[in-house]
Design a binder for this molecule. Structure first.
Ligand code: ADP
Ligand code: MG
Length: 708
């Protein structure tokens, strides 16, 4: 690199104790907030900034309006109120006057705000008994910091680390870096210029010591870009390496099988289905294995797309495996796929007619041992074309004659381990193509980050003629029960989903049993009610589902076991009890169990809002049935946590970037990463970036993202 500045790697290797003013006691305090190296330190970013140009004086504050003032503490008193809560009263003054601050239930304020301390407060001026006061204002102890914009760092009471400690140390660290060589900038100038990014030294200086809020924004852009670029480079590189290091089968997706299949469908494919089929076909043709995620809302018609891919593979004499998360779903998919394929024949020169029916089989644990043995043989000798089963299909002893594709329903992560397992299924070292399907949409940019080593296809269009599901949020159950009675009288069926008590299965099962007893004895004594939950044995579960499918059950009381994939078009009512306890995605999945037939369906969300967020969730569900829209709302309400749950633990590299706020930058980073890796897969000309990816992403995002 031309500019031999200080690298992040060097800063990672340098302990904070090397800084002036960090003794062992301070180092210990810093360790509590996970600051060990100088890099850790300078990537503790300000939580917010105080813009002191907005500062006024006590005399200029207006009652009823917010304002910021620099004041000195003149008196502090603590009282206990009758309800035993504490009340800290603080008198503050500046040269224009004085006022009172009151803090409810923050006893530690009396220690924090000792006499003569200078503080900046921000709050709304009220009047109480004729006196000016602020209640629970934001307080910043700025020490002797001057300057127009003051950075406020996350303080930790536990660790005893104050904003100004960090401020001083970070300033010292930056001063040292700048005094030697400044930061090395590993991002080429052309890229920086085309996205108008400031250089790295400027970014670090401006995020910590900005001259204006404009400078903060510039610095943030650059640092956000860096965080996202590192992740994308890692993912894209990983993806490309995988493609290059493995050999796949080049299939023929435009053969007669798929054409015949599409011609005999009772409907025309939606434009989205056609587009996605094209995307998959392009992958199948290549001789590197496909690794694609298909996102499509409930009912968007993923099955037809999957079957098309399976047929493309069977066309060339290879086999396909379709894996579902549960045995109930495997069975259902088996029935659905067999029906779709009943009129499709495969060329076979060894037969009299030169063709034979396509052979689809179901392999689950309920298959008898002898049957299983025969099937295992048939899979090995190639006389089964498509096998349907659970995710365990590829993990056991089964070997295939020539496995060409694996379709995985409702499993988001199909990781490196499973891919390795697949490789072993092929004697000649050719890796099957993989299509992962999910009905739980996640926003595009989040998908790019979490599933960045996959290609993503989206079915964003519903087949025509679907009757929209009406969603009602009701606080009393009666309306829902009345609706069920009405529908059952018309020959339809209903689901009742029981309150989710907590994560523990046993409590949820009990709640389901109680609900079942109440409904079958008191509410619907004349209807055929059945219970389904996770503790019921597989055979029994299958039996109950079969009865429900056959219309021999009117009301199915269940836990979330019915959340994914259950497909009974005659069911038209979905009732979710204590709906606020479920997440948006879950409610959306549950609702998707109805509205699958030709009559109109209703989904009742029962109960209070629970919390403010609960209310937002329920309202969103009432408002829209679009899964992608709901996914955005979910991300908005819950933050990154929804998707990045595991990464929130401990340190990770997304310190500034937010998948929500910085959507545009996720896309830019992805684009830049693709360009770079395309031209230079091993990052030989990007040594700076390469090194810092291994330093910064190691043991955090990198691993999380790439593990199964
Ligand atoms: P999901 O994406 O939830 O798996 P399915 O593949 O089960 O959706 O399809 C849902 C329903 O829509 C099925 O009954 C299927 O027959 C029907 N379907 C699929 N594609 C179309 C289409 N293009 N036009 C009309 N109906 C369709
Ligand atoms: Mg499905």
């Amino acid at each position: 690199m031309a500019d031999a500045g200080v690298t992040l790697k060097e800063l990672k290797e340098r302990p904070v104790t090397d800084l002036h003013g960090v003794n062992s006691r301070k180092a210990e305090m810093l360790q509590k907030i996970e600051v060990i190296s100088v890099l850790d330190l300078i990537t503790v970013y300000p939580r917010r900034y105080i813009d002191r140009s907005k500062q006024t004086t006590i005399g200029d504050l207006t009652v009823g309006e917010e304002g910021m003032v620099l004041v000195a503490v003149s008196k502090v008193t603590t009282r206990r109120m009758r309800n035993r809560r504490s009340l800290v009263e603080v008198t503050v003054k500046d040269e224009t006057g004085q006022m009172r601050l009151v803090f409810f239930n923050q006893p530690w304020r009396s220690k924090q705000l000792s006499e003569d301390k200078e503080i900046i407060i921000f709050g709304r001026l009220d009047q109480y008994q004729g006196n000016n006061q602020m209640t629970n204002p934001v307080v910043d102890l700025v020490g002797d910091r001057t300057g127009r914009i003051v950075a406020v760092y996350p303080q930790s009471e536990v660790a005893g680390v104050q904003s100004w400690d960090l401020d001083t140390l970070i300033a010292e660290a930056l001063r040292r870096v700048m005094k030697v060589r400044g930061f090395e900038d590993p991002v080429p100038k052309e890229i920086r210029e085309s996205y108008r990014l400031v250089d790295r030294s400027t970014a670090f200086l401006q995020i910590h010591r900005p001259g204006s809020m404009q400078e903060v924004a510039e610095a943030r852009r650059r640092l956000v870009f860096d965080e996202l670029l590192r992740i994308q480079l890692e993912l894209v590189q990983r993806k490309v390496q995988l493609e290059r290091s493995t050999k796949g089968i080049s299939h023929n997706p435009s053969g007669v099988l798929t054409t015949v299949f599409h011609e005999q469908l009772p409907y025309v494919l939606t434009d989205a289905q056609k587009r996605v089929i094209d995307e998959i076909s392009a992958d199948l043709k290549k001789d590197s294995p496909m690794h694609r995620l298909l996102q499509g809302d409930v009912g968007s018609g993923k099955t037809v797309v999957a079957v098309t891919a399976l047929l493309s593979v069977v066309q060339g004499g290879h086999q396909g495996a379709f894996m579902a998360p549960t045995e109930v779903l495997a069975e259902q998919h088996y029935l659905g796929i067999s029906e779709l394929l009943q009129n499709v024949n495969v060329e076979d020169d060894s037969t009299l007619l030169g063709q034979r029916p396509l052979r689809v089989e179901l392999l689950t644990s309920s298959v008898s041992l002898t049957q299983r043995k025969t099937m295992v043989e048939k899979l090995a000798n190639g006389s089964i074309d498509i096998v349907v089963g659970t995710h365990a299909l590829i993990q056991n002893e089964i070997s295939f004659s020539s496995l060409g594709i694996v379709v995985i329903d409702e499993q988001h992560r199909f990781g490196v381990d499973q891919r390795a397992a697949l490789r072993e299924k092929q004697s000649d070292g050719m890796v099957p193509d993989v299509l992962v399907m999910t009905a739980t949409p996640i926003p595009r940019t989040a998908a790019m980050t979490v599933y960045g080593d996959l290609d993503v296809s989206i079915l964003d269009e519903m087949p025509l003629g679907r009757i929209p599901i009406e969603t009602l949020w009701i606080t009393e159950e009666q309306a829902a029960w009345a609706s069920i009675c009405g529908e059952v009288r018309e020959g339809r069926q209903a689901y009742v989903v029981c309150p989710l008590i907590d994560e523990s299965d046993s409590l949820n099962v009990r709640s389901a049993e109680e609900t079942f007893t109440r409904l079958s004895n008191e509410v619907f004594p004349d209807l055929r009610v059945e219970l389904l939950h996770g503790r019921i044995k597989t055979n029994e579960k299958n039996h109950i589902m079969e009865k429900f499918r056959q219309g021999e059950v009117d009301v199915l009381v269940a836990t979330t076991v019915i959340e994914v994939g259950v497909d009974v078009p005659n069911a038209t009512v979905m009732v979710v009890l204590d709906a606020y306890r479920f997440g948006i995605a879950q409610l959306h999945q549950l609702r998707g169990r109805v509205g699958r037939g030709s009559s109109s369906s209703t989904c009742f969300l029962v109960g209070d809002a629970g919390t403010a967020v609960g209310e937002e969730r329920l309202k969103a569900l009432v408002q829209t049935t679009d899964g992608f829209e709901l996914a955005e709302v979910d991300l908005e309400l819950r933050g990154e946590g929804t998707i990045m749950a595991d990464r929130q633990k401990g340190r990770n590299d997304l310190r500034l970037a937010s998948l929500r706020r910085d959507r545009e930058w996720v896309e830019i980073a992805r684009e830049v990463a693709l360009e770079i890796v395309d031209e230079d897969p091993d990052l030989n000309n990007y040594q700076g970036l390469k090194k810092e990816i291994s330093v910064v992403l190691k043991e955090s995002d990198g691993e999380y993202l790439l593990r199964s």
